[in-house]
Design a protein around this ligand. Structure first.
Ligand code: DGL
Length: 256
């Protein structure tokens, strides 16, 4: 069984990809929504939450765990790998892919304050940023929109626009979604990008980059290398530390 966890429902954007690539697998998803958001919490606090969640997922039978949260990956994945005898797959803002594909030479990275401040992200940027100019912004209010299921309203458009438009104005043409909650705001972002392109007559395409497909490919590789047996019939179990209704509602939008 594959364990997947996040501070909230955002990690469902990773589960969504996993269900496409490994539909026969059994998954247990844990949302730590009683403690959401993680984005501005102390890394030590996040590490302790990750330990507790890992123990719970192991006790339920998880044989491998996806830390479907960039903030938790940055704060805790090396600790988890050192302390638990199973494999962990983490998230990584897709700076490499963005830097390799930009035509304007400017990439945007949207993530939480915790991710942007972490050494892990700084190393990624140094190694893979090439010569791209990187415009970083915290998706202020985005996690709350997703947890409230407010994905496409005028209010969500206002909140998202305040963060996204300044990045577009800097001429970024590849926007890295460095938080697993953000892909749920994709429709709103694409609308804002469409309007921006029309208004500014941009002659370059603008793309959002979600690392979830790459993370799930990595999960598949590691499962194969470790000889972890694949499930026979797909099943998803949902758990949360807080209200489960929020999680159920968003899950119903990704499952078929
Ligand atoms: N979904 C998370 C991430 O990928 C964390 C959001 C939060 O709790 O602030 O970073």
């Amino acid at each position: 069984m594959v364990g997947i966890f996040d501070s909230g429902s955002g990690g469902l954007s990773v589960l969504r990809e996993a269900l496409k690539l490994l539909p026969q697998e059994k998954y247990i998803y844990f949302s730590d929504n009683a403690f959401c958001p993680y984005g501005d919490k102390d890394p030590e606090f996040i590490k302790n939450r990750c330990r507790t969640i890992t123990e719970l997922l192991l006790s339920k039978g998880a044989g491998i765990i996806v830390v479907a949260c960039n903030t938790a990956t940055a704060a805790a994945i090396s600790t988890l790998r050192a302390e638990f005898p199973i494999k962990f797959i983490g998230m990584e803002p897709a700076v490499k892919l963005a830097a390799e594909n930009t035509s304007t030479g400017v990439i945007g990275v949207l993530a939480t304050a915790g991710t942007l401040a972490a050494d892990k992200y700084k190393n990624t940027k140094d190694r893979f940023g090439n010569d791209a100019r990187i415009v970083e912004r915290v998706g202020q209010g985005f996690v709350e929109l997703v947890e409230n299921g407010d994905l496409e309203s005028p209010h969500s458009r206002e909140v998202v626009g305040q963060v996204l438009l300044p990045i577009l104005e800097e001429k970024a043409d590849r926007i890295v979604l460095g938080c697993t909650h953000y892909p749920f705001l994709e429709a709103t972002m694409l609308r804002i990008i469409g309007d921006f392109r029309a208004e500014h007559h941009t002659d370059y395409g603008i793309e959002l980059i979600d690392p979830a497909p790459a993370v799930v490919r990595q999960l598949t590789k590691v499962m194969e290398a470790e000889g972890i047996r694949h499930g026979k019939e797909g099943k998803v179990i949902l758990h949360s530390s807080g209200d489960r209704e929020i999680l159920r509602r968003l899950y119903s939008t990704i499952s078929v």
